[in-house]
Design a protein. Sequence first.
Length: 652
Amino acid sequence: MSKPTFYITTPIYYPSNKLHIGHSYTTVAADAMSRYKRLRGYDVMFLTGTDEHGQKIERRAAEEGVTPQAFVDGIVDWIKDLWKTMDISYDKFIRTTDQDHKATVQKIFKALYDKGDIYKSEYEGMYCTPCETFFTEHQLVDGKCPDCGRPVEKVKEESYFFKLSKYQDRIIKHIEDHPEFIQPQTRQNEMLNNFLRPGLEDLCVSRTSFKWGIPVEFDTDHVVYVWLDALSNYISALGYGSDNDELYNKFWPADVHLVGKEIIRFHTIIWPAILMALDLPLPKQVFGHGWLVIDGGKMSKSKGNVVDPSALVSRYGSDAIRYFLLREIAFGQDGNFTNEALISRINSDLANDLGNLTSRTVAMIEKYFEGGVLPEVHEGNEFDADVQEVVRIQTQKMEENMEKLFFNNALEDIWVMIRRFNKYIDETMPWVLAKDEANKPKLAGVLYTLAEGLRIVSIMIEPFMPRTPELIWEQIGLSRGELTAWETIHTWGTMPNSVHAKKGTNMFPRIDKDKELAELETAMEAAKAAVAPKVEEKPAKPAKEEITIDDFAKVELKIGEVIECERVPKADKLLVSKIRIGDEVRQIVSGIAKYYAPEEFVGKKVVVVTNLKPVKLRGILSEGMVLCASDDEGNLVAVGPLGEMVHGADVK
């Protein structure tokens, strides 16, 4: 009989910055679910990876003076090392620069084009480069990206479009017929009310203003829009469209896509529409979790408030960090990261509860029974029935919560048991029983109950804390095998009567909170300083000679529209543009090639000095000057009108 299958994915991460603890949150959750399903006997596919194409990567690589491929390679290596540090047990790591992924994306694009669901037109609208996302004017917030709050760019270029609007009603019906498809419920309401029911627009799915992407196979001036590229990874990783689609046939549709709430619309609107167009099944569920926030806001390198997971793991161990992430926050909601909360969880839950239960149980078996071995004969007591009933209820509840991805509730179910076992020690008072030899069978029964409790707890925490169970098993005389199989948590008394205990190292030493907080504060301030831009004092610029209004009136400024632009051969800094100004077209050479690609500059409206004496630059006639703003670092931005203004208009 074949095993049941389970397919879970995380987003593929954009490697423009190294990852922080907020990114780790999604991957740790997916890993816990994968480990849980494996323990339950499932054949699991856990997919993660990196989304490596797009304009943002191309620009960052240019700033670093390396190729885009070299730029992403270094960061991807760092990400893989991080997942190893966090004990992430992924089954496949996909990169969108993988050749088989590229081939699949090209086949998908061509299939949609051949079906008539992709057509060529021209895109003109707002684009957020950091988010690689198109927005309509009404979606902007104060004229800026609604997701990241950064300025957007007006883009005008020839593009291919996907008929997203065609699938609007089918997507709505699917959500209504499958209420489990988008979770939690708040995300479902958001998608229906804010995006689907107001109406969808067709989606731009190719770009011509940069080259770092997967070329459209039949029109290589275009590269595939990064979201169509990235979303396709969920089936390209399984071999869809290849000569070997065995994994696709085995695992698709996915059981759950785990994503952050900021990208859920791509996964619940664009991705389903693509799959519908390809006549493929939709994933069974998309779960949009909240953010791990710090200082009241989402973690961001630009804010200097990121927390390095590698540093935390080196300080406290991966199991402690994994436990904190999944215990502290209700999955699906935003959660706050603080050093104080982290230390409190380690001290109260791990050191006091689990650590003390283990060390007290093992120490008493060693102290009260020769060689640390319990005798075969045990006697029960009046508290045993209640303890076993708590275990029966909590094991069932834990499994139910795991199936719903309620990780914090599942951990609370386990800790209800741990706290009950600790209370059982106080109720039975083994140290009193040990004073009378006649009570040895009853004492052995008490300690057996505690050892059996530890066995069950150790199995149940393994999805969350993969290292700790082995440490417990070493102390109560177990090794991985039949006695640690998941199904045994439902059978009380599986532990052999002659428990052999041997004290081990303290798994979770208690932390001096005040001292630790002070050290962490110092470390985090140093980390913020390391990512903050260095501010160098510069000598004050000498004041320029004042001019009169008559002097200023001599300068003629007009609005121009760039209609053509290209690089000046053998000149790294120069662009030559044809600029329409009213009824005439001027040719102007500008030193802005570092800041604008030629195709990006076309369509922009700029302020031009029109009565400047013509000059030749690198042998090319320049009939004016494009005005630019410059910061202290010498970075340039072309000056243009804030609102709509016709070319040829005077600037006063």
